[in-house]
Design a protein around this ligand. Structure first.
Ligand code: SF4
Ligand code: SF4
Length: 641
């Protein structure tokens, strides 16, 4: 028998799936169009919010809109249950439809009660791990295995192919055989939604945690998270009946009910609606309205007395709209670091700089703040990595706006066609470009110039307009072409960078060519390499220093002159600091090559041990915020043991 469906919901589910498929197709042809398929994921938003609450920083690349969509939906759980799961989650829809397919071919079965209860714990464990990792690293950890993210991004760079494949197979196979397998057992968003549904429990845990923290007890935030996950699981498997929330529930009028059980058959969650005592209180109910639509008796089922089947769908759309609007009028910074006094802030001015794509994440935001703290007159910074801009608070009596702009400027250097011969003489010229700021713009200019015969490389320098110094072969390249090149309005290239998509990308440009100076200054390759070299100077383990016991190890580090290895060089220094005998790491450019100088206490380690550490396959890097990360060692160390 065909059951009547809640068509409002079906329209929303189909619209969303078609929309996602459409975006994936667009992304195949124009990958630059969609930056992040998770940008409107409510779960990502909630993870980011938790990170913000516990660490005062926003998860990398998260937008304020995403956070507010998450908050809107979680607020909505109190009123209308788990609307996101029911109406907007593509995984929920696929799980449900696969389940129907399984039932049609009679391959599905009811999970034995003990196994059902045990498996329900998995989603709480995953919720804890995902939120803990996001809260401590500022990266959305769920991207590692999220079947949705892995599918739409074709196993992109943030995804673990192994874990995402396991998750996708579990979702497909599990959902065919067991009703709502993914949502019921594996989805961390489902666990978090349930915890929030048990509002009294969750708020009690948070209040107890805050009370303990107020007593100056050093209790980490994740203990509260662990308590919520454990209690959420216990309440779920004990079929705890929520009395208050959600405020809108499915109600059953026993007098009007004929006992036909159509509602039971229609319920995607397998809830025995026909047995409900006045109200459906199951934690699995998502207020999808399928039972209300299927019921033929006018007054038997309703949402708090109303048979408005459109109500939950309309509310789902309303919450998305609310989140987007809220996000559009409110900005949450990735970090907001202020070191100036209240008095200094009274007369402070704010400079907003856009296109700061070198500030990519929490780590680079903090590095940027540390760098700014050294500039006299700058009182604080706020970074917004999602929208690539920063705000600088400064004292105009100490530093001018122009000086602030200069201080925050990050110069760029790039070889385009590097000469093989060290003695090649390169002419140089300077051009000024407006509407030209940030690494993306500089890389695009590099791509445009790379195909020009005789252009060796370029560097940028702060200025208004930004100064670009080009090194070229005066016999092979005609500088008169530069005006047309820079003024190009649309540029197409293949994204063939390391980690790139390998596809063609088109960008609209608005660079403004302002001037050109042909200089009389010529350079050779070594001069430019020395010019672009950024020395590293790190000190560690200073408490261990005993000056009469110091020695140094000098190692050639040719890759240190290549900009793409500059992070690795710093990582190498931090990696060496794991040996408590190492007290300094510096790099310098000698006559021909860069070198690393490691200063260490000779009674506690040996040069051979240090060289061994430098040659390790993995660099273990301690960051200033206390986090530790591992990176593959890409540096070639030629020193003999
Ligand atoms: S009880 Fe009704 S509203 Fe709740 S999940 Fe089942 S069908 Fe949907
Ligand atoms: S609530 Fe409606 S669909 Fe369910 S058993 Fe009663 S009459 Fe049938």
């Amino acid at each position: 028998m065909n059951l009547k469906r809640n068509n409002w919901r079906l329209i929303l589910q189909l619209g969303l799936l078609f929309g996602i498929v459409g975006l994936v197709i667009i992304n195949l042809f124009r990958p630059e169009t969609i930056k992040d398929f998770e940008a409107y994921c409510a779960f990502g938003g909630i993870q980011s919010f938790i990170r913000y609450a516990v660490a005062g920083s926003l998860a990398c690349s998260m937008t304020t809109t995403q956070i507010f969509i998450g908050l809107a939906f979680f607020g909505g759980i109190l009123l209308f249950s788990k609307l996101f799961c029911s109406f907007l989650c593509p995984l929920g829809t696929i799980t449900e439809w696969l389940g129907k397919f399984g039932r049609k071919f009679k391959v599905n079965f009811n999970m034995p009660s003990a196994a059902d209860k045990a498996l329900r714990s998995v989603k709480y464990i995953l919720a804890f791990l995902v939120i803990y990792k996001t809260g401590t690293t500022s990266e959305l950890f769920c991207k590692v295995f999220d079947p949705y993210f892995a599918s739409v991004n074709q196993m992109g760079p943030d995804t673990s192919v192994l874990w995402a494949s396991v998750a996708i197979i579990a979702l497909i196979v599990g959902s065919l055989f067991v009703r709502q397998f993914w949502c019921r057992y594996a989805c961390p968003m489902g666990a978090l939604s349930n915890i929030f549904s048990y509002f009294v429990m969750a708020s009690t845990v948070v209040l107890v945690y805050l009370a303990i923290a107020a007593l100056d007890v050093d209790l980490q935030w994740w203990w509260a998270l662990a308590a919520c996950c454990l209690l959420g699981y216990i309440l779920e498997i004990s079929n705890y009946n929520r009395k208050i929330f959600p405020l809108v529930k499915v109600q059953r009028d026993g007098n009007a009910c004929s006992g036909c059980t159509l509602c039971d058959k229609a319920c995607p969650q397998g809830i025995k609606v026909s047995c409900a005592n006045k109200t459906v209180t199951s934690i699995d109910c998502t207020l999808c309205g399928e039972c209300v639509a299927a019921c033929g008796k006018e007054k038997a089922l309703s949402f708090n007395g109303k048979r408005w089947q459109w109500l939950p769908s309309a509310m789902a759309v309303l919450f998305v709209a609310l989140g987007i609007t809220w996000g559009a009028i409110t900005e949450i910074p990735t970090i907001d670091e202020r070191w100036g006094s209240e008095e200094q802030f009274e007369n402070a001015k704010v400079l907003t700089q856009y296109k700061t794509d070198n500030v990519k994440c929490y780590g680079s935001s903090m590095a940027f703040a540390n760098q700014m703290q050294k500039v006299k007159g700058i009182l604080g910074v706020a970074t917004y990595v999602g929208t690539k801009h920063v705000k600088i608070f400064y004292n105009p009596n100490v530093i001018s706006e122009k000086e602030v702009k200069k201080a925050i400027y990050s110069p760029y250097t790039s070889w385009l066609n590097k000469p093989k011969d060290n003695n090649t003489v390169m002419s140089s010229l300077e051009i000024g470009i407006n509407n030209f700021y940030g690494r993306n713009d500089y890389k695009i200019l590099g791509r445009m110039l790379k195909s020009e015969k005789g252009v060796y490389g370029f560097e940028t320098e702060w200025g208004e307009p930004v100064l670009v110094r080009i090194f070229y072969n005066a016999k092979a390249f005609n500088p008169a072409k530069l005006k047309d090149i820079v003024s190009t309005k649309e540029f197409t290239y293949v994204d063939d960078e390391e980690g790139g998509t390998g596809r063609e990308v088109s960008v609209d440009l608005d660079f403004k060519f302002m001037y050109m100076h042909l200089t009389n200054v010529a350079f050779d390759k070594l001069q430019i390499e020395r010019r672009w070299f950024k020395p590293v100077s790190l000190t560690f383990n200073e408490e261990n220093i005993s000056t009469n016991n110091l020695d140094s190890l000098v190692v050639n580090l040719p890759q240190a002159k290549i900009p793409k290895f500059s992070r690795q060089v710093t990582f190498l220094g931090r990696h060496l600091s794991n040996d408590k005998a190492v007290v300094g790491f510096n790099t310098k450019f000698t006559d021909q090559e860069p070198q690393a100088v490691v200063t260490f206490m000779k009674n506690k380690t040996t040069k051979a041990d240090l060289i061994k550490m430098m040659k390790a396959d993995t660099l273990v890097v301690n960051f200033s915020d206390g986090s530790i990360n591992k990176f593959a060692n890409e540096l070639k160390i030629n020193a003999a043991l």
